[in-house]
Structure formats: structure tokens, C-alpha cells
Design a protein around this ligand. Sequence first.
Ligand code: UDP
Length: 330
Amino acid sequence: RRFVAGSRFHISRRRSMTAVVLGGSGFLGSHLCDALLARGQDVIAVDDLSTGRLQNIEHLIGNKTFKFIQADISVGLPDLGTPELILNFASPASPPAYLSMPIHTMRTGSLGTMHALELASKTNARFVMASTSEIYGDPLEHPQTETYWGNVNPVGVRSCYDEAKRFAESLTFAYQRERGANTGIVRIFNTYGPRLDPNDGRVVSNFIMAAINDQPLNIYGDGSQTRSLCYVSDLVDGILRMADSNNSGPINLGNPNELTILQLAQRVIDLTHSKSTINFQSALSDDPQQRNPDIALAKTALNWFPATDLDAGLQSTVHWMTTMEHKYDK
Ligand code: UDP
């Protein structure tokens, strides 16, 4: 789906280019490394390993066209040469992770993004910023279109992530306007799949881990809040389409298939034939009550839409978590 007829020159030019993936050993970053290498690009992954995991890229170590550098991008970038593409996927993404390191989250989204944009503008690299549906906060418009400005509590517990990403979007446009940087912003909605850290506290990993161990699934609040879950390979395809375009965005990337957290819990219990019960706990502060991407723009601008249905995606995630669980620290 990625390459259209008549784009042969485009493909061969892309093949020889170097891509930098900031956050390259994270959930999304590591899948991006795989996809870029698979289409013949050289890849440099940078990660400080604060939430990224070496296990996610260990199969790439020894590959001559792949390099990993451990570095904290908020301090500065290591020597990355003159890449043609920079994907900024460095940030804690799970709410428990960013709530536990709000300063690091803000440093990465702000200073880290600035360092990445400096390199992009100096090398004329295409720059893609991983933004988020959290830009919309607890949205008052539904579904969320890119023209909606959002409803973020600027001093709430989640603001370290939301405002860092909002700043990063603004900074991305500042570098485009003032320095002519070639930038694109994708707003990523909830994504799941293999390599989602089983212990990082996100809903899909929490529910699957609980279900396969016959432990209660903890729902925060009454479970009526909604999310729209996108399978990782679909998302990676959308990100690469953004990388290959000259579109500035922001463009929503996500699966519009919305469900309540209670429905998700029941789905996971059914799929895993689990004996787990559902346990209702107190609601989280500032937890967005509904989230659903309008992806009309991704369809027209990138010819992108998600193809994987929820049951198939959950099955493969369950399979991965069942077989890979032992590789992760508790
Ligand atoms: N959630 C839950 N139980 C869990 C983890 C999350 O009920 O064990 C809820 C959470 O309150 C939120 C939704 O599931 O409404 C999605 O949470 P997640 O941490 O995956 O990401 P978010 O979309 O909030 O960034």
C-alpha cells in the first residue's frame, strides 16, 4: 500500500537515505526502525532507555545498516551525521510513566524536540513529530478533528505530557516558519500491539497481563470512558506515509473504532478465555472521557486508513505477551 505506481524514482532515492529514530528502542520507535530497515534505509536509533527497552531492538544489533546510540536528547544529540529523515518518537507515553517523571517528560518534549529540529533545519532533513491525541485533552468535540484546539488542564497531572507535546507542535511550526524546516506532525491515538511494555501501565497491556494470569482487570472509574485503539502495524504505515510526504499536518492517525473501557475489558477476557473478574477502582484525575479520531484528513492527504480489526490485533498482542513476558522485568 505504501508505494504507488509511478513512484520508482521516489523509492530508489529513499532507499539509500539515513533515517534517525529518536526514541528508537521504544514501542513505536522500534517498529519504525524495523520498517525503515525493511525498505532498505540505514537507521540510527537514539534512546535514553528511560522507558525504551533494548529487548525491542536486540534482533537488530549486528545489522550493518543499523546503529543504536544511548543518549538523552534533552541534553543534546550525539553526532548523527546528515540524515535525510528524523522521526521524533522520544518520550514516555504511558500515563504512569510520564506521571512518574514529569520533568524528564517536559525536557524531552521541549529541549529534545528543539535539538532535533536544529539538526533537521541544518541538514534539510524531513522531520516528523510524534504528537498525540492528548493535545485534545478531555475533548469537548467528538470525534476529534485536527481543527479542534482541545481542552487541556494546563496545571493538571497529565499536563507534563500534554503541554510538552503542544509545545513541541508549536516549536515544529516555529522552525518551519522561521528556518524553512521540512516538518510534519502526526497526532497519534491509542496504539497497541507486540512490544507494548507489559508493565508500563497502559490499558491494553494491563488488561491482557491480568487476563492471562487470571487476575482481576482494574477499571479506573465506571468504565464508560472511551478509547479508539489502533494496531501498531497500521500506525507505522501511516507514519511512513507522512515521512514520505511534504505534508505539514497536523494529521490524526488512529483507528476510529471506538469502544468503552468496560467493553475492552470484556473483549480481552473473552479472547483469552480468562477466569478474571472486573474490579472497579476510583477514576484517574483528568482522565479524558472520550477519544475518537476523525481520520478524513489522513485518508485524503496520505491515502491512509487502518486495516487491522480489534480482535485480530488483540490476539497477536496476547500471543506476544504470553510468549515474551519472561523477557521483561517485573
Ligand atoms: N485504564 C483502566 N485500567 C487500567 C489502565 C487504564 O481502566 O489498568 C483506563 C484509563 O483510566 C483510561 C483508559 O483506560 O481511561 C486508557 O488508559 P491508558 O493508560 O492506556 O492511556 P490514555 O489513553 O489515558 O493515555
